[in-house]
Ligand binder design. Structure first.
Ligand code: SAH
Ligand code: SF4
Length: 382
């Protein structure tokens, strides 16, 4: 029998899964902790180099397992310090990962799917269509690689201090593979990040928001982008399945499970579409008095889009209006647009496997097309 075929990739197994794997081969479960430290803290992928394991165990691991990382296709550096990587994801496809350095932190924006089935009207990833879910190894491998490729922070800590699921794909549509990744990000034996420093961004897959609150309560960002269902149905088609009231109920219950936990609401500023003061007032009525922060994102254009970014003055007035109404509001600074690494510009290379896309014209008729609603659900990985 070809042994290579039967080897288990230990990258991406959650701490619990790794313990179970050791138990299954008749080893002490605490070996999992040593292995996590070797892989994620020391960046070692060769079992034979893991010197605090017995020689016999090292040889056994080498025979039965691997630590297989996704392959880096290219690395691009922006003038502002942002770094973007393309990772090969099979069949000539790729996904993108972006590192955004700031004085007090280093944020890694990671991808969870090859493309995205949810087809938000203003998103480059959505325009590419959907091919498949990334495995847990392919997702955590992005963090592993960034920490190896980048110099440590001045305090000696790894370059990546914060992780956001704001790259390609809808993380809560790949729930089964995203949860072990979250556990690895939080585990003291792996990346050891606090829950405040790990953010899942979702366009609003309500049942999985509720599940995440119990399974792995990290920081939550919700892509709202419109203050009413009529507009959100068009901009974020998943809204036709889970409308705003249902989404917000799930958010408040998520926040309520843990004290001092705010939900961040992302709101892309689209010229003439969702950026009037009347929209700001509607938004304030939804979120005022709740544990909510708004993050305005100036729209980042990509080839073939019909949308335009709101003027800087419009964004300023919108933000002031929200603040005046008591809602904490910030505007996201655009980073890395010279290397197409800004929010929503990540397209990678995706062969659309599901041919589900509504297309821009159809999206504007979206609320009249309930049949389209069911389609993204087929790609949701429970
Ligand atoms: N699927 C998840 C996470 C990935 S998108 C989600 O939708 O939340 C990360 C953020 O970028 C989301 O808020 C998304 O709406 C926003 N975004 C998408 N396209 C954009 C664009 N062209 N310009 C600015 N932000 C965009
Ligand atoms: Fe998918 Fe998020 Fe883009 Fe919508 S904004 S298409 S959910 S990646």
């Amino acid at each position: 029998m070809d042994k290579a075929v039967t080897k288990t990739n230990l990258l991406g197994l959650s701490p619990m899964e790794l313990e179970q794997w050791f138990a299954a081969i008749g080893e002490k479960p605490f070996r999992a902790r040593q292995l996590l430290q070797w892989i994620y803290q020391r960046g070692e992928t060769d079992f034979l180099e893991m010197t605090d394991l017995s020689k016999a165990l090292r040889a056994r691991l080498d025979e039965q397992a691997t630590v297989s990382l996704p392959e880096v296709q290219s690395q691009h550096a922006s003038e502002d310090g942002t770094v973007k990587w393309l990772f090969a994801s099979g069949n000539g496809q790729s996904v993108e990962t972006v590192f955004i350095p700031e004085p007090s932190r280093g944020t890694l924006c990671i991808s969870s799917q090859v493309g995205c089935a949810l087809d938000c009207a203003f998103c480059a990833t959505g325009h590419q269509g959907f091919n498949r879910n990334l495995t847990a190894a392919e997702i955590i491998g992005q963090v592993w690689h960034a920490n190896r490729a980048l110099p440590a922070r001045p305090n000696g800590e790894p370059a990546v201090s914060n992780v956001v699921f704001m790259g390609m794909g809808e993380p809560l549509a790949n729930y089964r593979n995203v949860v072990p990744v979250l556990e690895l990000l939080l585990s003291d034996y792996a990346f050891g990040l606090s829950r405040r420093r790990v953010t899942v961004s979702t366009s609003g897959i309500v049942p999985h928001i509720q599940k995440l609150a119990d399974d792995c309560n990290v920081s939550l960002a919700v892509s709202l982008h419109a203050p009413n269902d009529a507009l959100r149905d068009v901009l974020v088609p998943i809204n036709r399945m889970h409308p705003i009231s249902e989404l917000l109920d799930a958010c408040w219950s998520y926040a309520g499970k843990h004290t001092n936990r705010f939900i961040t609401f992302e709101y892309v500023m689209l010229n003439g579409v969702n950026d009037s003061l009347a929209h700001a007032d509607e938004l304030a009525a939804l979120l005022g008095g709740k544990p909510a922060k708004i993050n305005l994102i100036p729209f980042n254009p990509f080839p073939g889009t019909r949308f335009k970014r709101s003027a800087a003055e419009t964004i300023r007035l919108f933000q002031n209006r929200l603040k005046k109404r008591g809602v904490v509001t910030t505007t996201r600074r655009t980073r890395g647009d010279d290397i197409d690494a800004a929010c929503g510009q990540l397209a990678g290379r995706v062969n659309d496997r599901v041919q589900h896309r509504l297309g821009e014209k159809a999206a504007s008729r979206a609320s009249k097309r309930p049949a389209a609603v069911g389609k993204p659900a087929r790609e949701i990985n429970l």
